[in-house]
Design a protein around this ligand. Structure first.
Ligand SMILES: [Fe+2]
Length: 210
């Protein structure tokens, strides 16, 4: 067996498959797949290059010799379209709108949806969908350390000096396959930040307990 444990996470959709694999050995990846190194300590070797813990890229036609924990993500029909995401309708019907998760006036009309969550190896995983040109809401508090892996579309993680769009001081563009660097510090403190969707966007959120 090229792994000891493999499961398709429950929030997957027919067109959006998220698999968690433990102890991969000589695992062949044929079609275009986002591979996330989901081990907090070990780098893994993919296509003769080391992939750091909680970093990711899109690969095809590679074999992973050895990896303690990886997340493999595929999406249909592709990772990017400069039009809307073709399966957006199915997501909006099934996932939970942000206004039903967080009751804040400024989020009432925000076109942002979240899937169910699943915990693997003490990491809470969930998917998000934002419609094109959505500001997902500036915030600076979390009870966990968060990282995001872009799956579909082009978006940006933005940092602000204050709770004000005009105080923007950094943008990290999110393109398919990319996981951004942590925004939190050692004390789990965050700057004011938000996700901005330029096109329809889907991303994986990984939430680590403090
Ligand atoms: Fe956040």
């Amino acid at each position: 067996m090229p792994y000891t444990n493999r499961k398709i996470l429950k929030f997957s959709e027919p067109f959006l498959k998220v698999e968690y694999i433990e102890n991969a050995k000589n695992l062949a990846i044929s079609e275009k797949t986002i591979i996330v190194n989901a081990d907090s300590k070990s780098e893994i070797l993919v296509a003769n290059k080391m992939l750091k813990p909680w970093s990711s890229s899109i690969y095809a036609n590679v074999t992973i010799a050895s990896a303690p924990r990886i997340i493999c993500i595929t999406v249909e029909p592709d990772f990017l379209s400069f039009d809307s995401f073709s399966n957006a309708h199915a997501i909006k019907k099934k996932w939970t709108k942000i206004s039903d998760i967080i009751s804040l006036p400024h989020l009432r009309d925000t076109n942002l949806w979240r899937s169910k969550k699943e915990n693997v190896d003490n990491v809470e995983l969930n998917l998000w969908f934002a419609s094109s040109k959505t500001d997902c809401g500036i915030h600076n508090k979390h009870g966990f350390r968060e990282l995001h892996t872009q799956i579909f579309g082009i978006g940006r993680m933005q940092k602000f000096h204050e709770n004000d769009h005009d105080s923007l001081y950094q943008e990290v563009f999110m393109s398919p396959g990319h996981t951004h660097e942590p925004f939190y510090n050692d004390r789990c403190e965050y700057p004011w930040h938000q996700y901005h969707a330029d096109t329809d966007c889907i991303w994986l959120a990984a939430e680590f307990d403090d």
